[in-house]
Unconditional design. Structure first.
Length: 244
């Protein structure tokens, strides 16, 4: 077996002025199982698409939710492997994500695809109509990458950064939450109308002021604990998805 790690570093605008580090677009490939033995496990490939909430800004590499999800999937059946590909960057809007996946042209061979995108459209005051146009395009591409099977795609709701120390300092907490609700409502309705799994995690992030442990050290992004709570909700659907 060969281990192949491809790291493509893209320097793009960060999610907020408060964030000063540049994240990487990461493709991580782990050994793929072969049918040489009946006792040998299978390989289920996973593609995670998004922004800082997917790359895990301000938390350790193993703390971000795709890595935690991968680990939990492995725990359900240690004989299987779950090679993970992450295409995400702090600061990305739907336009940035579309542009990058078009240039990278991922294969249509994934057993699971997650999509979490939109907070930067809201933060950067992009027209809501842009999200209405590009979110469906991203979902369509996610389905294509998932072997053309929408049952293998999971859309995750946008966290609400109004409930963080950074969000409190903006003085626009009400507007932030209202706009995040609008983005999530559109995404949820689109997913329901098209038979795509939509997982709400926004309520978890809205506990960030009453439970500071849910916020990372930067005072803005979710912590390892918050991501673990995301995974608790995503995992059952992910298990079902990869078996489709």
């Amino acid at each position: 077996m060969k281990n192949k790690i491809l790291i493509l570093v893209l320097f793009l605008p960060l999610l907020f002025a408060a964030s000063c580090s540049t994240e990487a677009v990461i493709t991580e490939t782990t050994p793929i199982a072969t049918p040489s033995s009946q006792t040998e496990g299978k390989s289920y490939s996973y593609l995670a698409l998004g922004d800082s909430y997917t790359i895990g800004q301000s938390v350790c590499e193993s703390c971000r939710f795709p890595e935690q999800l991968k680990k939990n999937l492995s725990n359900t059946n240690p004989t299987n492997s779950y090679p993970l590909t992450i295409i995400a960057q702090t600061g990305w809007t739907t336009s940035n994500l579309l542009s990058t996946i078009d240039s990278q042209n991922p294969p249509s061979t994934y057993d699971l695809v997650t999509l979490l995108i939109g907070v930067n459209n809201q933060y950067q005051n992009r027209p809501f109509a842009l999200y209405e146009k590009e979110f469906p395009e991203l979902v369509t591409k996610a389905i294509a990458y998932a072997k053309g099977d929408k049952a293998k795609v999971i859309v995750v709701s946008i966290p609400d950064y109004a409930y963080t120390p950074f969000g409190q300092q903006t003085g626009n907490q009400g507007r932030i939450s209202t706009e995040i609700d609008a983005y999530n409502a559109f995404a949820k309705k689109y997913c329901i109308d098209n038979g795509i799994e939509f997982i709400n995690i926004t309520d978890i992030t809205r506990e960030g002021l009453t439970d500071p442990n849910l916020v990372a050290q930067d005072g803005l992004h979710p912590s390892q604990l918050a991501y673990s709570k995301f995974v608790e909700r995503i995992l059952p659907k992910a298990i079902t998805a990869i078996k489709k």
